[in-house]
Design a binder for this molecule. Structure first.
Ligand SMILES: [Zn+2]
Length: 81
């Protein structure tokens, strides 16, 4: 289980958060709206660092950008967006 350090609430268990998508996917949706379904269902799954959008649904309800290593699940940074 991941421990996500919310900037408002402090370290909390992953179960309090909801993963949404990577920031790359959001940028792609904004750039090519007609191809939104393809972007949603054919996402890349890189083995690298990834900037992801998470929602602290059982806490402060803030949307966060979590920089996470997709192989080790190490978290480098968490910031409010
Ligand atoms: Zn929070």
């Amino acid at each position: 289980m991941l421990l996500i350090d919310c900037p408002h609430c402090g370290p909390r268990a992953q179960s309090e958060f909801a993963y949404d998508r990577t920031l790359d996917a959001i940028v792609q949706l904004a750039m090519v709206p007609s191809d939104a379904m393809t972007t949603l269902y054919t996402r890349a799954n890189p083995r690298d660092w990834s900037d992801e959008l998470w929602h602290h649904r059982s806490g402060c309800r803030t949307w966060l950008v979590v920089r996470r290593q997709t192989v080790t699940h190490a978290i480098e940074s968490v910031r409010a967006c």
